[in-house]
Design a protein around this ligand. Structure first.
Ligand SMILES: Cc1cc2nc3c(=O)[nH]c(=O)nc-3n(C[C@H](O)[C@H](O)[C@H](O)COP(=O)(O)OP(=O)(O)OC[C@H]3O[C@@H](n4cnc5c(N)ncnc54)[C@H](O)[C@@H]3O)c2cc1C
Length: 490
């Protein structure tokens, strides 16, 4: 008999898991609570603008390629990728910015202009980062995090030093200039923790950034990836159902029986949840959870975010596709996220104009703008606070870039802690799941497999390998391999 699998949620990890399993002959149905698919990577359209709601940086193109290759397809069968040049711009003050171009040779020239000798050091740093990236991809990232033995390989043992030091110290060994240090520390912010709390092994993110480059899926932006994955999943037979909030996971004698959604029972042999881990465990009756509240309370969560989706009635000239505003004290903002959680006095932020690369994302003569301010999870969230921060960042954008935008806003929507909770059932409104600190990496991540319920699995950014779109694709692949091993479809 073909085994039935219900997958909760339609984020990248869920779609990935569903496709691998359907490809192996399982009968797979995805139940998504929202009206559209893609989870944190949904999009929406308003007033002629198309807004990607979450991810906007397409890094690690090799992971996406590998994903499609697993089904004898290629990324180019679904979408065209454009390498961005410049990849991004980092502002340190008024008319004071560094532009990161599209290859290491050009980037090292830029570094040399800022600090004598930095070009050579960058190449040395990046050679190590590239080696770590190869070790990570071949030996670590695709493992289920079940046993320390998974990590014991010649490659990892040789690189042990990178697990005992952090990215901040590592960067400071190579670069003295504070701006260069900030550029080299920036990529690990995607992993949700401070650079001083992130193992130096995560210099793999520097390889992803400066080595592999920043890409953009043409004609649709990041959501094009979601659409492509759904197309492939449907070709394999995956069924997608929207507006299906799963209210309960049905368990009998410690075995999965299915789920209840909108009052209807869906029977299955296996349930995989790509919804936030903590929320999934609230769907289980009795004391059959993997982790209790105090476990979650002690975890370091990645930040939440205050997001603005803005439509402008004119084109932008002075900014690029991706812009980072590092014109304020990074340490103070980081401390307001991690050490003493509160609304930041003077936040760093990220500003994105996808319509500079894809005209279809805004009406003619207009520009599509996305602003992200990282904040601590669980903060008080109301319209007044959101409005205050919008004014603050708009003023900084105008002052620093010289681009006047305040009077050109024709559409505006915000998204913050409350929305992360209501839209995604996110624990404390986190945006990117669990931070990749040393003791929350690999075998220390919440486990993919339920310890107490046969047939229940977890995938996504709260389990291995961690936050981000490429890791979510990988997470779906890992969980599907576990299911195939435990429940062969014969
Ligand atoms: C603002 C923002 C910016 C980001 N930027 C980047 C970036 O630039 N690059 C990058 O690589 N990564 C980025 N990320 C991270 C990346 O988007 C996530 O790591 C990834 O999308 C998470 O995928 P996931 O599979 O874990 O699940 P999610 O996307 O979290 O999906 C989980 C799904 O489960 C559904 N669900 C929850 N509860 C239930 C229920 N009871 N019943 C049914 N369905 C339910 C939710 O509605 C949701 O659709 C960003 C994230 C955010 C929020």
């Amino acid at each position: 008999m073909t085994k039935k699998i219900i997958i909760i949620g339609s984020g990248f990890s869920s779609i990935s898991a569903a496709t691998y399993l359907a490809n192996n002959g399982y009968d797979v149905t995805i139940l998504e609570k929202n009206s559209s698919f893609g989870g944190r990577a949904r999009n929406f359209k308003a007033e002629g603008f198309t807004f990607d709601m979450g991810p906007s940086w397409y890094w690690m193109p090799d992971v996406f390629e590998k994903y499609f290759n697993d089904f004898d397809k290629s990324v180019s069968d679904y979408y065209n990728l454009k390498k961005l040049d410049p990849a991004y711009r980092v502002y340190f003050g008024k008319n004071d910015f560094i532009e990161i171009e599209d290859n290491l040779e050009k980037i090292s020239k830029t570094f040399e202009e800022v600090e004598k000798g930095a070009s050579k050091n960058l190449i040395k740093f990046m050679t190590e980062a590239k080696n770590n990236y190869s070790v990570a991809m071949e030996k670590v990232v695709y493992k289920p995090g079940k046993s320390i033995l998974e990590l014991v390989t010649i490659g990892t043992i040789k690189r042990l030093r990178y697990f005992t030091t952090n990215i901040k110290s590592e960067v400071s060994r190579y670069f003295k200039n504070n701006k260069l240090r900030q550029i080299m520390e920036f990529p690990v912010l995607f992993l949700g923790a401070k650079p001083e709390n992130t193992p130096a092994f995560y210099n793999i993110m520097n390889h992803a950034d400066l080595g592999l480059g920043t890409w953009f899926p043409e004609k649709g932006g990041m959501h094009k990836v979601v659409e492509s994955m759904i197309k492939l999943a449907k070709e394999k037979g995956v069924k997608f159902k929207s507006n299906q909030n799963v209210d309960e996971i049905i368990v009998s004698n410690r075995r999965i029986k299915g789920v209840i959604s909108n009052g209807v029972e869906f029977h299955s042999d296996i349930v995989i949840s790509g919804a936030d881990y903590h929320h999934t465990e609230t769907l289980i009756r009795n004391n059959l959870k993997n982790y209790n509240e105090s476990f979650w309370g002690k975890k370091v969560f990645a930040p939440s975010s205050l997001l603005f989706y803005i439509g402008l009635d004119r084109k932008i000239n002075n900014l690029t596709h991706h812009n980072l505003f590092f014109d304020v004290d990074f340490n103070k903002h980081a401390s307001e996220i991690y050490d003493d959680p509160k609304w930041p006095e003077s936040p760093l932020f990220y500003l994105n104009f996808p319509s500079l690369s894809d005209k279809s994302m805004a009406p003619d003569g207009c520009e599509n703008c996305f602003i992200l301010i990282p904040i601590a999870p669980d903060l008080e969230d109301n319209e007044e606070i959101r409005g205050k921060y919008l004014n603050l960042v708009l003023k900084r954008i105008e002052d620093i870039s010289g681009e006047k935008i305040v009077n050109n806003i024709i559409y505006q929507k915000s998204f913050c802690v409350k929305d992360f909770i209501s839209d995604y059932n996110s624990y404390k409104g986190n945006a990117y799941g669990l931070a990749n600190t040393l003791f929350q990496t690999s075998i220390f991540k919440p486990k993919m497999k339920s310890k107490r319920i046969k047939g229940l699995y977890f995938t996504g950014q709260l389990t291995v390998p961690g936050p981000g779109v490429p890791p979510s694709l990988i997470s779906g692949k890992i969980v599907s391999s576990e299911v195939i091993k435990d429940y062969p479809n014969q």
